[in-house]
Design a protein around this ligand. Structure first.
Ligand SMILES: [Zn+2]
Length: 103
């Protein structure tokens, strides 16, 4: 799966974000993956459920186990991409949604 990266992202951050997205399918077992660039869940019954939904958070938490900082860094990479793809959303809100729950 090739993902598009907005050209405004610096190359290093873009690479990080791309690797993070590529790793999602394995980490989430192919379920509760985000639809981009809307970043809503493809699996949750309620359309427009913001990603990461509760099942996605649970699966990511399980994938990282004790490694909470690794989890935070991982979703931080996704946050970079989400900010670029949802330019009208508040960065603070996106941080809360993508990263703050990992604490
Ligand atoms: Zn979901």
């Amino acid at each position: 799966m090739m993902a598009e990266i907005p050209t405004t992202l610096r190359a290093t951050r873009a690479g990080e974000a791309l690797r993070a997205v590529d790793g999602l399918e394995r980490r989430l077992d192919g379920e509760h993956l985000p639809r981009r660039p809307e970043w809503d869940c493809r699996t949750c019954a309620q359309r427009g459920t913001p990603w990461p939904c509760e099942p996605a958070r649970a699966a990511l938490t399980k994938a990282y186990g004790e490694n909470r900082s690794g989890l935070a860094m991982y979703v931080g990479g996704l946050l970079v991409l989400a900010i670029a793809e949802m330019p009208t959303a508040s960065t603070a809100d996106l941080y809360e949604r993508f990263v703050a729950w990992t604490r």
